[in-house]
Design a protein around this ligand. Sequence first.
Ligand SMILES: Cc1ncc(COP(=O)(O)O)c(C=O)c1O
Length: 433
Amino acid sequence: MRDDDQWWQAGDRHLLRYSGEFIRFLVERAEGARPYGRDGRSVLDFTSGQMCVVLGHNHPALIEGMRAASERVVHLFSGMVSTDVIEFAEHLAATLPATLQKVMLLSTGAESNEAALRLAKLHTGGFEVVALSGSWHGMTGAAASVTYAAGHQGYGPAMPGTMALPTPNAYHCPIRHCRDRCDLTCLDAGIELIDAQGVGAPAAVIVEPVLSSGGIVPLPDGYFPRLTELAHDRGYLVVLDEAQTALGRLGALYAFQQLDAVPDVLTLSKTLGGGLPVAATVTGDEIEADCAAKGFLHYTSHVSDPLAASVALSVLREVLAEHLAERAADMGRRLRGQLEELAERHEAIGDVRGRGLLLGAELVSDRETRRPAPAYGAAVTARCLDLGLNVNIVKLPGLSSVLRLAPPLTVTEAELDEGVEILDRALKETPMS
Ligand SMILES: Cc1ncc(COP(=O)(O)O)c(C=O)c1O
């Protein structure tokens, strides 16, 4: 039997590093809110895997979705669909408004956004795509071109026509205009720049309801309806990327229900699969019909996979049956209160923000200047892991360093309390230096 060191020797020899070094916690199994190490030690997972396991790890509904597909059909010729695929699309559509009734089942978040942008380009005839400066939409071509939070440099030219709007972060106002309450001036100023730069070929504006990798920045009140209006006036479709927010995390089944506007295209991923690679791009009858008439092609190996449909249907049903959106709102209130209480005792927490169970605590080395504390953040998360809590830092380099707290929606009160106690201890024991 190999010990941990021997496993890591093999890992270091054969695993390609895609994001720095691997966390030295070798997982053997996972259940609920906890991955377990080989020695039986567990950590509380406040990252929900990679923001996917809304039901918790290895939830019976997820396993049932996989089992059902494995007994019927897992994969098909991409032009063929199974009853699972239709049933899933029907159930998903029943939770969505009349303008979002056409569903394409895919695999990853990046892919769902690629498909959304392809639809937008074909429908509008344009190619220009606008995103927020703290965005994360995925690592594939077009999605990576409009991912500004990280990884934008070093990989050659971005897709022609990509442009950025300032992230409406009231804690670090991008145009040094507001403090703590955004009055949307950054949106008007940003649109002026887009108007100046654009070449008259608008296709899509793509946004997240809460910029998550960009530092847990919820769109301010009124931002999304105003952006939608400005985008439509100019001929852009609006794509809302709900990779992290759909299926309850913010306290509503979908974030757009809290944003006072419905997007033209909605993308779902991470949470929809509950841990399996499942995604969906959803739009309305008119856009779908127009694109179909123009020969829309997004033909991939795993489009409309019955396995994905079966899993997504199981996850969706569980979220609805267990009222997990309401639960996220309740648990989010509790966690937020606890974080605000920590902020009263720890000078290093400059801001607590977010919605539902997608919360951020921004770490600063100076509350007045709001200077970020990236080294401190790294040390705090490392100490948390030692003490049994997995949290991660999301950031805009040089601007913010934010602890992201996003446990599964099934997290218990006792687990929240335990996680906060660990965080408290880690903050106390870590020197700012
Ligand atoms: C908002 C958002 N969209 C898209 C993606 C990309 O999803 P995936 O990694 O499944 O391609 C991510 C991943 O973190 C995300 O946070």
